[in-house]
Ligand binder design. Structure first.
Ligand code: 87F
Length: 511
């Protein structure tokens, strides 16, 4: 498949005639359409957009530079923000001893099948097998117990950027469900619940900003149900996104208040300011490379990726458009000069000066990779001291004077960023259906909607909803109860049980 690599089918250099060339150029496209076969479209777009390469171990993917630079932008933002909160980075080992892993018995039980183990070194069996971290509670908390003695040791606020391994068995999907992924995991301990509660929300707000301000993906902030929360914790908050094409919700990131459950298990005690023995209050929170998959699913189209300018490795691609007897060198020089000007002004810009590809091929290639803005420079532009700008999101073309290019480009990139978010939000909102009865709920679910329903908030009722909606598409579950609650009239009944409703909750199928 055409991944943009130079090969013996390259178009311009060989003079086999125009028709052949066009045919080769169209090969750059995607064979599946986003609206017809979403799953296939997604697999193609992450590979042809050069974000992912498939690997010979199922559920593992190579993250190519085009992916890593997006991750690094989000990382730089989040890392700077948590440092403002006085959270420090650290690094704990990848390996977990079985003894320590078992200490978390109750909640690890459900997760146990996903834990990967190292059992050998070379040809000999290890005396004791060693687990690979699926998350680091059990790795870190024994040391929290050691390091926290008195109230002056609190709060203890650590974060680590690392990989984790969860040996998933259901349908692996690049970024969305992979067996190894990158994340940050924050683990904090406080003297009081009040402080822990406040931090849960501060971190959740950062997650909202990662999605909305950087990835241009609208999310809903809310609280997870008892059934869907992290079993080891007290309560779980999350940001939830929605993928209109698959009609599935997706948990974007989570911020948990662990209460004192882990403090009990790991004996994380301290002497409080009155000299009395007390237990810490803990939080944990994480977002992963899943964020990138959500962004691809939300913004991509039939021409490929569509990267929001704030995270794109390349914001502007400059393409020379030479013409027969025109002065090609002058065009190339102007392209290079334009890139220098833009980079000096702080943009991420490059020129594609390769002479073995036609301009048309390059347009398709950079569209596939989702570069937000393309600048074309041909003989006419040179003459008029202008460039032609083409937006990736709506293909609108504008001629911009080279003089003052930086300001115009900045305006356009800001506008693209905003308009990606606005479009995604309109699409998401168009999928939201309010369902007050089981009939309305079932109908909306059949139409792959994001359902907002009044609920009695009872665990048994959620189990019942799951059981009643089981099928090959997967059962429906609660996604979150939004913090932003619409008014709930007093006599409102639960859509599923008919009992008095306690809150509005989002429901749907999910990843
Ligand atoms: C898989 C295997 C073993 C999720 C697992 O969300 C254990 C687990 O504990 C596991 N999958 N979890 C829950 C992770 C909870 C929590 N950890 C720190 C977070 C945020 C970061």
């Amino acid at each position: 498949m055409a991944g943009g690599k130079a090969d013996n089918s390259k178009s311009k250099a060989n003079t086999k005639g125009k028709e052949k060339e066009v045919k080769k150029e169209t090969k750059l496209g995607l064979s599946a359409k986003k609206d017809d076969n979403f799953g296939e479209w997604y697999s193609e777009v992450v590979v042809n957009g050069e974000m992912i390469e498939y690997y010979d171990i199922s559920g593992c993917y190579i993250l190519r530079p085009w992916t890593m630079s997006i991750w690094e932008v989000m990382q730089a933002f989040f890392d700077a923000e948590i440092k403002k909160m006085n959270i420090k980075n650290c690094y704990f080992p990848l390996f977990v001893s079985p003894g320590v892993l078992q200490r978390e018995k109750d909640h690890i039980e459900g997760f146990a099948p996903e834990v990967a183990w190292v059992t050998k070194s070379g040809n000999s069996d290890l005396d004791v097998p060693i687990a690979i971290r699926p998350t680091s509670e059990t790795v870190m908390y024994p040391y929290y117990s050691k390091w926290i003695r008195g109230h002056r040791d609190l709060p203890l606020k650590l974060n680590q950027w690392c990989n984790v391994v969860r040996w998933e068995f259901s349908n692996p999907t690049p970024f969305i469900r992979s067996r190894e992924f990158l994340w940050q995991e924050g683990h904090t301990a406080f003297a009081s619940k009040t402080e822990a509660d406040a931090e849960v929300l501060d971190i959740l707000e950062l997650y909202r900003r990662v999605y909305e301000e950087f990835l241009a993906v609208p999310v809903i902030k809310g609280k997870k149900s008892e059934l869907e929360k992290f079993a080891g914790g007290l309560y779980t908050t999350s940001v939830e996104a929605f993928i209109p094409n698959s009609g599935r919700g997706i948990q974007g990131a989570t911020s948990h208040c662990l209460g004192q459950n882990f403090a009990k298990m790991f004996e994380i005690n301290f002497e409080d300011d009155k000299g009395e023995k007390a237990m810490v209050w803990q939080n944990s929170w994480a977002y992963s490379t899943r964020t990138i998959g959500v962004m691809v699913m939300v913004h991509g189209d039939d021409k490929g990726l569509m990267l929001p300018p704030k995270v794109a490795a390349l914001q502007i691609i400059v393409i020379p458009v030479p013409y027969k007897e025109a002065n090609t060198q002058a065009i190339l020089d102007t392209c290079a000069a334009t890139v220098s000007t833009l980079c000096a002004a702080g943009f991420r810009a490059e020129a594609d000066l390769r002479d073995n590809y036609s301009p048309g091929w390059k347009y398709s290639h950079w569209e596939m990779k989702g570069v937000p803005l393309r600048l074309e420079i041909g003989p006419k532009d040179l003459e008029k001291k202008q460039v032609r700008a083409v937006r990736r999101d709506n293909f609108a073309k504008t001629d911009i004077a080279i003089d003052g290019l930086g300001e115009k480009v900045e305006e356009m990139l800001d506008d693209i960023q905003q308009s990606l978010f606005d479009t995604a939000k309109l699409k998401r909102d168009a999928c939201v259906v309010v369902a007050k009865t089981w009939g309305e709920f079932a109908e909306a679910l059949g139409q792959k909607k994001l359902i907002l329903a009044p609920w009695c908030d009872e665990e048994e009722v959620e189990k019942d909803v799951k059981a009643r909606t089981k099928g090959d598409m997967g059962a429906a579950k609660s996604l979150c109860s939004p913090f932003d609650q619409p008014e709930l009239p007093e006599d409102t009944l639960c859509f599923a049980s008919g009992k008095p409703a306690k809150k509005w909750t989002y429901w749907g199928r999910s990843y």
